[in-house]
Design a protein around this ligand. Sequence first.
Ligand code: NAI
Ligand SMILES: O=C(O)C1=NCCCC1
Length: 315
Amino acid sequence: MAGPPVVIWEQEVEGLLHYRELVPRLEEALGKFSRRDSAEVIQPVRTTLTLQKHHGFLGLMPTYMENDGVLCTKFVCFYKREDGSSLPAVQATLVLLDPEYGNVKAVMDGELITGMRTAAVSAISAKLLMRPEAEVLAILGTGKQALSHYNAFTEMFSFKEVRVWSRTRQKAESFCRSVSGPVTVCVSVQEAVRGADAIVTVTRCTEPVLFGQWVKPGAHVAAVGACRPDWRELDDVLMKEAVVYADSREGAMAESGDVILSGAEVFAELGEVINGTNTAHREKTTVFKSLGMGVEDAVSAQLVFDQWKAKTSQP
Ligand SMILES: NC(=O)C1=CN([C@@H]2O[C@H](COP(=O)(O)OP(=O)(O)OC[C@H]3O[C@@H](n4cnc5c(N)ncnc54)[C@H](O)[C@@H]3O)[C@@H](O)[C@H]2O)C=CC1
Ligand SMILES: O=C(O)C1=NCCCC1
């Protein structure tokens, strides 16, 4: 009989998960996902239940990687919170199972994993689609994803300037105090993105906040918020002028208001670029529409579990 699951909570995850190991695992996973080989990855589009009373959603994200022996599911609740609310925008728990016996091996806090894997995938999109000479990064939003994106992007690239915008100056200043490097606070989105080579949108907004007319031609945009079919972060002009990439075509067509409502075509998945079956148009304005995928959580959870086992089996 299998033993009880181990519980690995946020502080422990923090000591076990690092971008230098996470990024290559995610690149491999994105490539596997885009091959649509059921022995490599089975991952349906997220099932989402509406929590009407609380203006939120429960997303169920199961994934099976037969060749790798990884079976995982994430439960993620996310909310349309009013600004100023002290309640979290996203809460997640990961469950790692043994695919042969069916028992739960580990239960993990999913908040840090969600923050880090999402930022790592955005950074992979920049590695593939941003111009190599990029100097200026703009981050719109100052919450949890803003922090993980700041950390991942500054670890992986050498920007000369990082700018941040929030609806209130106070939040932007508090964000600056929470990071370990230099950041310029901007009072408007327009000021933040003017001339920027890379733009990350990590807001909870449901209407466009980034407009194509402000974006420098050839810039790369990683669009992370607006993960509902009627929510937007980007306007039609940007969506139609840019070459649009997604983590999953099916996910984007089911969940992304920016894709669905603009009528923009998803040109390629990041995994197709990684596999060499589609082109990285670095010379053009590019948008990576991130929705988040179960396979990203599965490889991240397996990595945390492997590291935890290595640490706990040491004499
Ligand atoms: N693509 C993916 O895989 C994932 C996407 N998300 C999404 O990313 C977004 C950010 O998530 P967190 O950083 O965890 O949330 P958070 O609540 O920590 O931060 C949200 C930020 O958006 C700002 N904001 C709220 N309403 C706004 C509005 N109307 N206009 C402009 N800014 C506004 C807040 O001031 C805050 O700076 C959310 O939409 C979330 O659902 C979160 C996790 C994974
Ligand atoms: O993939 C995830 O995790 C999420 N995606 C969209 C909204 C919140 C969480």
